[in-house]
Design a binder for this molecule. Structure first.
Ligand SMILES: NC(=O)c1ccc[n+]([C@@H]2O[C@H](COP(=O)([O-])OP(=O)(O)OC[C@H]3O[C@@H](n4cnc5c(N)ncnc54)[C@H](OP(=O)(O)O)[C@@H]3O)[C@@H](O)[C@H]2O)c1
Length: 240
């Protein structure tokens, strides 16, 4: 059974990705700070396939040892989905330095380090899949999200150059850029603002976590053999 490591699998998009991967027959190692009841029930439904590992990605110094242990305990991973992220918002002039530092650590430094250490077993396997979850905000603008946007744009740049580096070893690296989805991260955005985002979509709707999980599942699969260094935008057309 191929192993996929999914960060931020306790809620929202990561939970949808973990579910989809289990349905596809993968073994999933889901990471988050704390086990949620949703991931616990999913794991009870798929006891041989879904495992939880607690880790706080703010603690970047421990990522090397953590990644080494994951590969030892669960086998060399086939795939890594860098999905965990913080969504702190606020205008830059008043955003706390602490929030800026946290965004940079969790959203960009941690996925780079986790990839660095999990790509080593993939290089030994001569194959693998890395999927980085960015956002449409990496290439469009949104008031109050400049630092978050910087981290997401960084992840897209990381994808393209890493794809060039590891392609010869049969490893693909791609970005998935979701549009606005209704999850805990966006629970603060309601009412007219939410309606206006929905109206921007030619389909008159928002992308759902399950829609984005389908794209991730495609990129993890054998059929995506020739897709690397690319970005799949799943936003119900809102940036069209
Ligand atoms: N929602 C949207 O509209 C939207 C749009 C575009 C892109 N995205 C991207 O999609 C991805 C998933 O977002 P979401 O909406 O599902 O967010 P969410 O509901 O807030 O979930 C975030 C996940 O990341 C984990 N996480 C956060 N900080 C962590 C840390 N320090 N260490 C370990 N895990 C941590 C959380 O787990 P714990 O709380 O258990 O630690 C949780 O599982 C993110 O990369 C986000 O930037 C979201």
């Amino acid at each position: 059974m191929k192993t996929i490591v999914v960060t931020g699998a306790t809620r929202g998009l990561g939970l949808a990705i973990a579910k989809r991967c289990a349905e596809e027959g993968y073994k999933v190692v889901g990471i988050g700070r704390e086990l949620s009841s949703e991931l616990q029930s999913l794991s009870a439904e798929h006891p041989q396939q879904i495992f939880f590992e607690a880790y706080d990605f703010e603690y970047t110094a421990g990522i090397h040892a953590f990644a080494t242990r994951l590969a030892k305990e669960y086998g060399r991973p086939w795939g890594l989905v860098n999905n965990a992220a913080l969504g702190h918002d606020g205008v830059l002039a008043t955003l706390h330095e602490r929030d800026i530092a946290e965004l940079i650590k969790v959203n960009i430094e941690a996925p780079i380090l986790l990839t660095k250490y999990l790509i080593r077993p993939m290089l030994i396997n001569r194959g693998g899949r890395i999927v980085n979850i960015s956002s449409i905000i990496a290439s469009t603008g949104f008031n109050g999200l400049s630092v978050y946007a910087a981290t997401k744009a960084a992840l897209s740049g990381f994808t393209r150059s890493l794809a060039r580096e590891v392609g010869k070893a049969g490893i693909t690296v791609n970005t998935v850029a979701p549009g606005y989805m209704e999850t805990d991260m966006t629970s603060g955005l309601q009412g007219e603002k939410l309606q206006s985002i929905r109206r921007r979509s030619p389909l008159g709707q928002l992308a759902r976590p399950d829609d984005v999980a389908n794209a991730v599942s495609f990129l993890l699969g054998e059929q995506a053999l020739s897709v690397t260094g690319s970005t799949m935008t799943i936003d119900a057309g809102s940036t069209a």
